[in-house]
Design a protein around this ligand. Structure first.
Ligand SMILES: *Cc1c(COP(=O)(O)O)cnc(C)c1O
Length: 420
């Protein structure tokens, strides 16, 4: 595979952009080699600057549930362009978008739109602190909630890959407001609430983790988080930036039947444009400015172009519930290719092959993976035109645009790559 144009672009990018990329994991540091520069996407396929074609299992890291350039989203964007891209004033479409979110996710009684998942989680923890009058937040090791200062403690995603336990530039005082506990361990949460009695504002969790690779909640775990937080007057925040409209139309909370107090969304709800959201109980969200005293704002929040794409996405998914059953069935086919000695974790259309034999239920067990072997597998797949996330600690995503033929080619490539 010739990637000379990408190589050339990457050299230039590294002069101008830190590491040559606008988000760390894109640089392929953990798998070696240089990243292809992407020129165009169509359905389930992407094409690089040298014209090489790949079947895409990254899907822009989650948003592209319908694949690239879905007609419903393109039509909505074209329509939006005829009226203007941003007003910084309320619009009818924002109200429709809020209604679509609240209808799909019943625990969200009121919602505020923002521009990214990071903004959503940052706002949600501020709201939780403002509402409860407490400072501490419990998070789980390997869960990633965006690059919010106080949440970059034992975070997953790019940080798991780079092996940065803690970033520089965050004051110790911020980290001191975060209690990091192992995922899937309800007893650790009980203990923390006993130790920090009356001081914990909220527990924030990826209800299905995507950012240490895909890790599902053990039976009873989410129920325990719900019960413990309620008992201690703390809020339960489901960070569904990845799982919202992905693992079910109503997100992980629908799939597992749990009602959190606050929910954060992003990725799929933007249809490929930058949209995030946070919302939840009416009594809590009523405290957000200007309705209440907790400040949060955004110049481009709810901008018409992004909202047009997001609303088109949510409307399309509502009109096509069969997409979720189809994704589930196709993901099963794909995941049947797993050989001995590899642990597959899958929830709906998100999954990870861990290069370890044992079960992966938390960050400790995820880290037992042989990342060097993953790197070789990754490169072998890329050479065969299969574009996976360039890190062991990320989830792969299937989209509704992936065809039976895509799956057949992927399974064949995986067989070759595993044996090589
Ligand atoms: C991607 C992600 C975020 C951050 O969203 P950005 O849009 O990258 O800021 C937060 N939480 C989870 C669970 C995510 O997967």
């Amino acid at each position: 595979m010739n990637r000379s144009k990408s190589e050339q672009l990457f050299r230039r990018a590294q002069e101008l952009i830190p590491g040559g990329v606008n988000s760390p994991v894109r640089a392929f540091r953990s798998v070696g080699g240089n990243p292809p520069f992407i020129a165009r996407g169509e359905g389930s396929h992407i094409f690089d600057a040298d014209g090489n074609e790949y079947i895409d299992y990254v899907g822009s890291w989650g948003p592209l549930l319908l694949g690239h350039r879905h007609p419903a989203i393109l039509a909505a964007l074209e329509q939006a362009l005829t009226v203007g891209t941003s007003f910084g004033a309320p619009t009818e479409q924002e109200v429709e978008m809020a209604a679509a979110i609240c209808e799909a996710v019943p625990s969200i009684e009121m919602v505020r739109l923002v521009n990214s998942g990071t903004e959503a989680t940052m706002a949600a923890i501020r709201v939780a602190r403002g509402f409860t009058g407490r400072d501490l937040i419990i998070k789980f090791e390997g869960c990633y909630h965006g690059h919010v200062d106080s949440l970059l403690v034992k975070a997953g995603s790019g940080l798991a890959t780079l092996g940065i336990a803690d970033t520089q530039g965050v004051p110790q005082a911020f980290c001191d407001t975060t209690v990091a506990l192992p995922y899937n361990d309800a007893e650790a949460v009980e203990t923390a609430f006993r130790q920090h009695s009356g001081r914990i504002a909220a527990v924030i969790v990826e209800p299905v983790v995507g950012n240490m690779g895909c890790v599902q909640p053990l039976p009873g775990y989410l129920e325990a988080l719900r019960e413990i937080t309620a008992r201690h007057g703390a809020l339960l925040i489901f960070d569904e930036v990845m799982t919202g409209f992905r693992v079910a139309f109503g997100g992980a909370q629908q799939r597992y039947g749990i009602r959190p107090d606050l929910t954060t969304l992003g990725k799929v709800i933007g249809g490929g444009l930058p949209v995030g959201a946070y919302g939840g109980r009416r009594d809590i969200m009523s405290k957000v400015a200007p309705a209440g005293p907790i400040y949060q704002a955004g110049t481009l929040s709810g901008n018409p172009l992004a909202v047009a794409a997001g609303l088109a996405m949510l409307r399309y998914l509502k009109a096509h519930p069969e997409i979720y059953t189809q994704l589930e069935a196709r993901a099963t086919v794909l995941c049947a290719a797993v050989p001995e000695g590899i642990t597959l974790n899958r929830v709906g259309s998100m999954f990870t092959f861990f290069f370890t034999g044992g079960p992966v239920t938390d960050y400790e067990s995820a880290k037992r993976s042989d990342t060097a072997r993953f790197g070789r597998f990754f490169q072998a797949m890329l050479e065969r035109g299969i574009y996976l996330a360039p890190s062991q600690f990320e989830a792969a995503f299937l989209s509704a645009a992936h065809t039976e033929e895509d799956l057949r080619r992927t399974v064949e490539a995986a067989r070759e790559a595993f044996s090589a």
